[in-house]
Design a protein around this ligand. Structure first.
Ligand code: AMP
Ligand code: ZN
Length: 485
């Protein structure tokens, strides 16, 4: 089955056909760095990560671009309130965001664009929109996009535009569907709101050159970012579901009026992360950052919490909302630990060398095939994980029965690596052989002898000695060995 993706634009699952064989152009809206990202924001990036990893796993070459909204109502408001420059505030929170996504094993975009570096392209787009009469300068000195000039307005959000009033204008970056209106492409400078943050857009309006001191609206930023780094057409545009309106609707209106071409072929969205069944958001004050959830699970190492949170997301269909609870996080951490246990068992599994049996080879192929089919069905990570769980059961019983050969053990490890190119969950360092010092090995031999002679007090004290040195004895079916704690 070829790859199918749910396209919000057509509201159907469509077969994925890239624009070009060379590479797939993927864009997703990046963070607004005025504060820490919350785990709801991070869900949106875990989703885009799954899509990109799947495309690559299926053999597509992919290029990814993500913007950083370093100029907007909120970044300007907060930098001024804190008495620091816009750059200082946004660089700090961009850095922290990048650390968060690294903790979650999210592969960073190939190109990350602070939108303050694309002002030239925004001005270029605005000029053309003015020339084509899609844009106009209003009494307040700002430049607006006239949505009635774009008959396709509302197609992504599936809005009913009948009876829409054409005279309404909106200057805010964010607004609800009920307030559908002409939106600001370039906001005239406001001393009180903007302080030291302004740029000069040099434009020709009605044959005259004018300098409009001000700053871009939010939506033009992503249109410009795409145009600058990808050109007028891209394959996949992604975001969180709240980005559909007005942000992406407005992006389409700007980009398509500018170029006359269809902007993005597939529009894909992550559902929301909820807390107490309400959307997690900074404005509602009901949010957790990644650091918060680490702090609230003090008995686990941070890496375990990161991996547990990543797993929770993969266990949920990306389009569905999911309610975050610490119970669910705890259960996901236990599952991650069970993965680790299987890797540890594999490491210590000693098997004689022989050829790989045909049945075994077929079994491996079936796992890969089933796994691919789940992902091809609109990035079905929960279903793909079910295949992985099944495979782990198979590995465990093979180890219990000593039925795998050395070569088969190698094939299993290869299979897990292959699964993990999409999942990004396994800790393969558990397969590395750490040097165990000779004196510790000697203590183990002495302990085993003591145990064989039923001298349990001595065996126990030798075990304690090993423990004091930072190692532990693991007794398994095949004998016992020492591991670093
Ligand atoms: P922002 O930093 O506010 O621009 O948001 C970054 C991304 O997080 C956007 O793609 C939003 O759609 C997404 N987002 C915001 N809140 C949530 C949430 N509770 N669940 C999932 N995604 C969200
Ligand atoms: Zn955007």
């Amino acid at each position: 089955m070829p790859l199918q993706l749910q396209n919000t634009f057509s509201q159907t699952k469509e077969r994925f056909k890239p624009l070009s064989q060379e590479f797939v152009k993927v864009y997703y809206c990046g963070p607004t760095p005025y504060n820490f990202a919350h785990i709801g924001n991070l869900r949106a990036y875990l989703f885009s990560d799954s899509v990109v990893r799947t495309l690559r796993y299926l053999g597509y070459k992919v290029k990814t671009v993500m913007n950083v909204t370093d100029i907007d109502d909120k970044t300007i408001r907060d930098s001024m309130a804190q008495g620091i420059s816009l750059q200082e505030l946004t660089e700090k929170f961009t850095g922290l965001f990048l650390e968060d996504i690294k903790h979650l094993s999210i592969i960073s975009a190939d190109t990350i664009v602070p939108i303050s570096t694309a002002i030239d392209t925004m001005v270029e787009i605005i000029q053309k929109l003015l020339d084509k009469k899609y844009a106009y300068i209003a009494d307040d000195g700002s430049i607006y996009y006239s949505i009635k000039k774009f008959p396709k307005y509302g197609q992504l959000a599936h809005l009913d535009m009948k009876g829409m009033k054409s005279s309404v204008r909106i200057n805010n970056d964010e607004y609800e569907k009920e307030s559908v209106a002409d939106f600001a492409l370039w906001k005239a400078y406001d001393t009180e709101k903007d302080g030291p943050n302004f740029w000069d857009a040099i434009l020709v309006i009605d044959g005259e050159e004018v300098v409009v001191k001000g700053r871009p609206g939010w939506h033009i930023e992503c249109s410009a970012c795409n145009l600058k780094h990808f050109g007028p057409e891209i394959d996949i545009h992604m975001g969180g579901i709240d980005n559909i309106f007005p942000h992406h609707e407005n992006e389409i209106a700007q980009s398509e009026a500018y170029s006359g071409k269809k902007f993005a072929k597939y529009w894909m969205y992550a559902g929301h992360l909820l807390v107490d069944n309400k959307k997690m958001s900074k404005s509602a004050g009901n949010f957790y950052t990644l650091a918060d959830i680490v702090e609230k699970v003090p008995n686990e190492k941070p890496e375990m919490v990161y991996r547990g949170f990543r797993l929770m997301n993969l266990q949920t269909r990306y389009r569905e909302n999911f309610n975050f609870t610490f119970d669910r996080l705890g259960a996901a951490i236990q599952t991650v630990k069970s993965f680790d246990e299987v890797l540890r068992r594999l490491k210590h599994y000693n098997a004689p060398s022989r050829k790989i049996f045909r049945d075994f080879r077929e079994m491996m192929q079936q796992y890969v095939q089933a796994y691919i089919e789940c992902l091809e069905d609109d990035i079905g990570t929960p279903e793909a994980l079910a295949i992985v769980f099944d495979c782990f059961g198979f590995i465990n019983s093979g180890i219990d029965n000593n039925s795998f050969s050395l070569e088969e053990k190698g094939a299993i490890i290869d299979l897990l690596h292959s699964f993990d190119t999409v999942l990004g969950l396994f800790d393969f360092s558990l397969l590395d052989f750490t040097e165990i010092p000779a004196e510790i090995e000697l203590l183990l031999i002495q302990r085993n002898e003591a145990k064989a002679q039923k001298n349990y007090p001595l065996a126990d004290s030798l075990r304690d000695q090993i423990g004091e040195n930072g190692y532990k004895i693991v007794d398994d079916k095949g004998g016992s060995h020492v591991e670093k704690v």
